[in-house]
Design a protein around this ligand. Structure first.
Ligand SMILES: *Cc1c(COP(=O)(O)O)cnc(C)c1O
Ligand SMILES: [Zn+2]
Length: 408
């Protein structure tokens, strides 16, 4: 029997054959992969995983991939770093940093795109595409190059230049839309109806989003087969946030960890685009769409597809949701760099600023462990911090050095 059963509606009992399909014909609910856990349990154990490759492909048996040919650019199994300096600074027992900024294209998006590109090959697509807030474009372009696809990436025209360069270099068509991400996504959804293309985050979304659960797998494995007291995750569509939790629960399902009943899930968003956090804190079940205006462009989704599920999960795990200002984001980026030597992009700044806020609000006790997700690299959002970094210019003489730096 196959390990993948069907595509199942998240809202009604309807099931569909595995195919590039993402919404339920009956109720328009989102579709999700349904697995045959009994079958998977027979062949997957701690040993089979730890003997696997040092990449997301060590979890291949838990992903919706049939064959052995995967599109592998070295994604995943990123470091879980014990952030002792930051823990001391904030007065906490233990902060762990899941550093996904060191993936091949410098963001966690390589996880979702590795799965989506492999599945696109299995479905025999020849054209690969996405609607992107920035990091996805780079990852889709890189995987498209490796897989030999014709690749198109659609981005909002106001994107950071570094992110445009980081996608263009791999040779895709880069299409800049005059509008925000939600406009880009709307156009791409229309294109996906008429063109026979693999849009990773539209018609391949059920497969794509499964890539995110490998963050949960890795955290549990790297902590010694357990889950932490707290997770703080950034949210754009809300998909990563809910999939980390799904990863924990699947590990529980196949007997690798205990039920993650004491792990609380916390959402981090920028104030200028916080539809999920704001609605959570107002007691609403569905996020109210907003028009984004924030330096955290990788999180600038005003109408988040998984917002409803993210709110539900934060509530069910006794978690919380936060919104931080642009100023706090820049301070967060700087704090992480100066304490831990990790240069993250604005999304990571949102997470660190949220951590600082939660410590101030005493939402984390001194004896608890927290894992924060650092999902992207600071080299791609340099424009927000360039004012911090003006060097001191001197002549090439000892005198000039000592005149300028009398304390050394
Ligand atoms: C895309 C992205 C996220 C969040 O993605 P979701 O849509 O919520 O799954 C977080 N951080 C970075 C850097 C991203 O590029
Ligand atoms: Zn349905």
């Amino acid at each position: 029997m196959s390990k993948v059963k069907s595509l199942k509606c998240r809202e009604c009992p309807e099931e569909y054959e595995i195919s590039p399909k993402y919404v339920c014909d009956m109720c328009f609910g989102p579709l999700e992969i349904s697995y045959n856990w009994k079958e998977i349990k027979k062949s997957v154990n701690k040993n089979s995983i730890t003997n696997g490759p040092k990449s997301i492909w060590r979890y291949k048996s838990l992903l919706p991939i049939d064959g052995n040919d995967v599109i592998d650019i070295g994604t995943g199994f990123t470091p879980l770093i014990s952030a002792d300096n930051l823990s001391n600074f904030l007065g906490l027992k233990k902060i762990w940093i899941k550093n996904d900024s060191v993936n091949p294209t410098y963001s966690f998006k390589d996880r979702v795109v590795s799965v989506a590109s492999t599945k696109a090959k299995e479905f025999n697509f020849d054209t690969f595409a996405c609607a992107s807030t920035g990091n996805l474009a780079g990852s889709v372009a890189a995987h498209g190059a490796k897989a030999g696809f014709r690749t198109l990436v659609f981005i909002p025209s106001n994107l950071e230049n570094e992110k445009i360069v980081a996608a263009s270099i791999y040779g895709p068509e880069v299409v800049a839309i005059k509008g925000n991400y939600d406009d880009v996504n709307r156009l791409c959804t229309e294109l996906a109806e008429t063109k026979p293309w693999a849009f990773v985050n539209i018609n391949l979304r059920p497969f794509y989003s499964e890539g995110s659960k490998t963050v949960g797998f890795e955290i549990a494995e790297q902590l010694g087969w357990k889950t932490p007291d707290h997770i703080i995750a950034p949210a754009a569509s809300g998909s990563l946030f809910i999939k980390v939790w799904k990863g924990f629960n699947e590990f529980f399902e196949i007997g690798l960890i205990e039920k993650p009943k004491n792990t609380r899930m916390h959402i981090a968003q920028p104030k200028g685009c916080s539809p999920i956090s704001t609605s959570f804190n107002e007691g609403k079940t569905h996020p109210l769409p907003v028009i984004p205006k924030t330096i955290a462009k990788s999180l600038a989704i005003g109408n988040p597809a998984d917002g409803y599920y993210a709110i539900k999960l934060a509530k069910e795990t006794r978690g919380s949701a936060h919104a931080v200002s642009d100023d706090e984001i820049v301070k967060g980026i700087s704090l992480l760099a100066r304490t831990e030597g990790i240069f993250t992009e604005t999304a990571g700044g949102v997470v660190i600023a949220t951590l600082v806020k939660m410590v101030k609000q005493e939402l984390i006790s001194k004896d608890e462990e927290v894992v924060v997700l650092i999902t992207g690299n600071g080299l791609k959002t340099q424009e927000v911090i360039s004012s911090l970094s003006a060097p001191t210019e001197i002549n090439p003489t000892i005198k000039s050095f000592e005149d300028s730096f009398p304390n050394y």
